[in-house]
Design a protein around this ligand. Structure first.
Ligand code: MN
Length: 450
């Protein structure tokens, strides 16, 4: 085990530090977190914000007042995305975090108290995608998930393919359809082959599913032809978000061999809007599971590279939403048990010399545990629909119905540290378009956020 002494901590992690802004004990956003998002309000165009309790610190307004001139260029803090800030070396990003903590803590630099427009209420804000995402990769790094899905998709064979314990398996997803929390998700149409039919059919997916994942945004990255060594990977990770990799299992099952997932996943991916930095996650860094066989040298890690993040998936169907019934939690798991770490994923993704650019998004793959109720997808939770879930209003679910709303949450807790969280990644299912229709209002709304 790597002890706490090996963690790279500073005063920003001090659990006794409080902000002069009141923050509830249960809040995901105490001063120890300081996550970044892009937000707008009726008066403010999209810009960088920092969450503190239920309020948002406007980074453009405070940067233009000169509050960060000593640590980072104003231009990196005043744009409509986080990409410029993500490109800075880790030391500069850490200096910004220390400065933010100093401005917001009790007993620190109190100059913000005289700047009433430095803050706004989160309830008045709209949250956007945090970055312009040039490239999106989804991995498949949970041993339990890969085993469960292998059994379901290839019942005759070995559940784990021979390469799985050697390579962090991944595929390129579609960055253009990544959407922020609360964007409606249109049920996809596609080609699928019913088991009792000789020919495939085209139509609305009948096996729409979720995937509970954590994603990371790349930091500075590498030049074409170079690689990011595994022991330096953390320097190139800006921070993490919750990811729901919506998946149409019927489309996926028919299309995925031999080249992997395509239209069964590319229709939409939801992320949480607040990016929790790797610096904020440092107190929760832990060893992952033992890897056997030992990874090849370019993937061999000598430090703890996993993170203790408790995760939940909750569902509300249309009737529960109408009645205001609380969402029902259907899965609880932890990110700590992932087989392949983010450091290994990034080292692998750049090992051939491919460029990693600031704002690229890398998702973990579905996070599943080994016991019932810890699986991160409906296909696993319901054993491919054989064992439907029962919701509080008596409804049964094997896969998602129109009107269902899914909420992912993540929270980090460790003795001796202040708990922090991710907020949420939420999305509700709209009915599929009928075959003659080209689009609807929800697509207009989605397009506005690009
Ligand atoms: Mn996935």
């Amino acid at each position: 085990m790597v002890g706490v002494s090996a963690l790279d901590l500073d005063a920003t992690h001090d659990p006794t530090r409080e902000s002069w802004i009141a923050v509830d004990e249960q809040s995901d956003f105490p001063i120890q977190n300081l996550p970044f998002a892009i937000f707008s309000t009726a008066e403010r165009s999209p810009r960088i914000g920092i969450a503190i309790g239920e309020r948002i610190l406007d980074l453009r307004v405070t940067a233009e007042a000169g509050h960060f001139d000593a640590v980072i260029e104003r231009s990196a803090l005043c744009g409509p995305t986080l990409n410029a800030l993500m490109s800075f070396p880790r030391e500069r990003r850490r200096a910004l975090r220390r400065r933010l903590s100093e401005l917001l803590r009790v007993g620190g630099d109190s100059t913000l108290l005289e700047m009433p427009d430095a803050l706004c209420e989160e309830r008045d804000a709209r949250l956007h995608l945090p970055a312009s995402i040039g490239d999106y990769v989804d991995f498949y790094s949970s041993l339990e998930h890969a085993t469960n899905l292998g059994r379901l998709f290839r019942p005759q064979g070995e559940p784990l393919l021979p390469n799985w314990r050697w390579i962090p398996i991944g595929y390129h997803g579609r960055s253009a359809t990544i959407v922020p929390s609360d964007t409606p998700i249109r049920r996809p149409r596609g080609q699928r082959k019913p088991p009792d039919s000789a020919c495939p059919v085209f139509g609305a997916s009948t096996r729409l599913d979720i995937e509970l994942e954590i994603g990371f945004f790349a930091g500075p990255g590498n030049r074409l032809g170079e690689s990011i060594p595994v022991e330096r990977a953390r320097e190139h990770i800006f921070g993490c978000v919750l990811v729901n990799d919506w998946s149409a299992r019927d489309i996926q099952a028919w299309e995925y061999q031999p080249l992997g997932p395509f239209l069964g996943k590319s229709f939409a991916t939801t992320i949480s809007p607040w990016v929790v930095t790797l610096e904020a996650l440092e107190p929760f860094r832990v060893d992952g599971p033992l890897q056997a066989p030992a990874p090849l040298p370019y993937l061999a890690q000598s430090e703890a590279e996993n993170y203790e993040i408790a995760l939940t998936v909750a569902i509300r169907d249309a009737r529960m939403r109408e009645r205001g019934t609380a969402a029902a939690t259907i899965s609880r798991s932890s990110f700590a048990a992932m087989y392949w770490s983010q450091a290994q994923q990034l080292a692998h993704a750049s090992s051939n010399g491919a460029t990693i650019a600031p704002g690229d998004l890398f998702a973990s793959g579905t996070i599943s545990g080994s016991i019932d109720g810890t699986q991160g997808s409906l296909i696993e939770l319901t054993e491919n629909g054989r064992r439907p879930l029962r919701l509080p209003d008596g409804e049964e679910r094997s896969f998602l119905e129109d009107g269902d709303e899914i909420t992912l949450r993540g929270r980090c807790t460790r003795a001796g540290y202040r708990s922090i969280g991710f907020g949420s990644a939420r999305g509700a299912i709209l009915p599929a378009l009928d075959s003659n229709s080209a689009g609807g209002d929800a697509y207009g709304e989605l397009a506005q956020d690009r």
